[in-house]
Design a protein around this ligand. Structure first.
Ligand SMILES: [Zn+2]
Ligand SMILES: [Zn+2]
Ligand SMILES: [Zn+2]
Length: 157
């Protein structure tokens, strides 16, 4: 596994494109800049912030930027994927009740990574990894009502 820390310098995109015999285009520059500005963004959100680039081009450009190692995507729900700069290393913890997205340290899944490597030789892709569950507030709300039938119970929250 090689780990070349992507350099967010401006020349990075041009260099990586050139290595593949590809050109720097305004669209490619703009889409990368938008990902770096927005932090987490779906292709739709990126196309809204980049004037004059349609969403199909944004999708294609994001795929290229990901191949070049400049952006990464993760799935934070059932909708379109969310893109972020590749140097932004973390995993996502998503509440499927309220939709809250929390960034967690990649070493939060060290145990799982080690176990799967040892048992199956499987290499977990941490950047792609999303943990779904319930956040503290949603879990507490559920605990408060579970086990008992909602008979004549008033909930106030
Ligand atoms: Zn994916
Ligand atoms: Zn929640
Ligand atoms: Zn994130």
């Amino acid at each position: 596994m090689q780990r070349d820390a992507p350099d967010p310098a401006a020349g990075d995109l041009a260099e990586r494109l050139r290595a593949r015999g590809m050109r720097v285009t305004p669209q490619r520059e703009l889409v990368l800049a938008a990902v770096r500005d927005l932090g987490h963004a779906t292709p739709e959100q990126i196309s809204e912030s980049v004037v004059g680039v349609d969403v199909t081009t944004v999708y294609r450009t994001l795929e290229l930027l990901e191949e070049l190692g400049l952006v990464r995507h993760a799935h934070l729900g059932h909708g379109p994927p969310s893109y972020r700069p590749a140097e932004d290393q973390h995993i996502h913890v998503v509440c499927h009740a309220c939709g809250a997205v929390t960034d967690a340290a990649p070493d939060a899944v060290d145990d799982l990574v080690r176990r799967l490597r040892a048992s199956d030789g499987f290499e977990v892709d941490r950047a792609h990894f999303t943990v779904f569950g319930r956040c503290r507030a949603c879990a507490a709300a559920e605990q408060g009502t579970s086990g008992t039938k909602p008979v004549a119970r008033t909930m106030n929250h």
